[in-house]
Write a protein that binds this ligand. Sequence first.
Ligand code: HEC
Ligand code: HEC
Length: 207
Amino acid sequence: MNRIQKCIVFLLALFLLTNGAFYAALADHDEHEEKRWYQKIFDWDDDDDDNDDDHHRDDHKYSKHHSKRYLNPVDNPTYKEECGACHFAYQPELLPSGSWKKVLAGLEDHFGEVLELDPDSKKIIAEYLKGNAAEHSSAKRAVKIMRSLGNRAPLRITEIPYIREKHHEVSPNVLKRESIGSLSNCSACHTTAERGIYEDDYVSIPR
Ligand code: HEC
Ligand code: HEC
């Protein structure tokens, strides 16, 4: 082949390749309301997807990327009983395992309370929290939590920058209401918190 022929073959191959990618992206878009690949590349701040992708796939628990939409509801009876006695039993996916480890290491001063756990229960809870922590989750919220934390491991969910930012419009006076108490009381306002659903559609701030 001379140079011109090679050049033509190369251009043809390039055309076919890009064309295929283009149609794949189009097909994606139609089926899943997904962002196209080139949108994703430029999509540094993905906070806008909070609102736009939530309404279309209500009956799809998993998207094609096998990421799940919601956090798993708490399904460990020991955890629910011991760690849901004073407050909402937070889903393990709301904190990284480093945070849970710190929480369990500080039972004798748990935000001013002394927690007593028998060794068996403590072991069950530790394993449950570790195995289901945010870094193992593909849920949208957990991914955002991990992204927001980097390698930090705060003691509180309410210290996570992503979570703080999402609540910056909630005034301290509202949090002081008897029906709420503090931002830690997720289920006071998130009516579907127990099901692991924190979508803004299901927020209702009590009086
Ligand atoms: C005796 C009551 C009590 C029990 C039992 C208890 N906690 Fe707490 N916990 C508290 C209090 C009080 C706070 C602080 C709440 C606040 O600031 O409004 C808290 C806060 C937390 C927070 C931080 C919430 C935030 O602000 O993001 C986490 C995480 C937590 N608890 C995990 C656990 C785990 C895990 C267990 C089980 C091992 C547990 N708790 C059991 C009383 C308790
Ligand atoms: C005082 C009521 C209140 C409490 C308590 C509360 N939230 Fe929220 N939450 C809100 C409001 C209001 C929004 C913002 C909804 C919006 O963007 O319109 C929100 C937004 C969120 C979002 C983002 C939702 C979205 O669609 O972008 C997450 C995640 C979240 N909250 C998690 C939590 C967790 C976890 C807790 C407990 C540690 C908690 N919230 C406690 C009221 C509350």
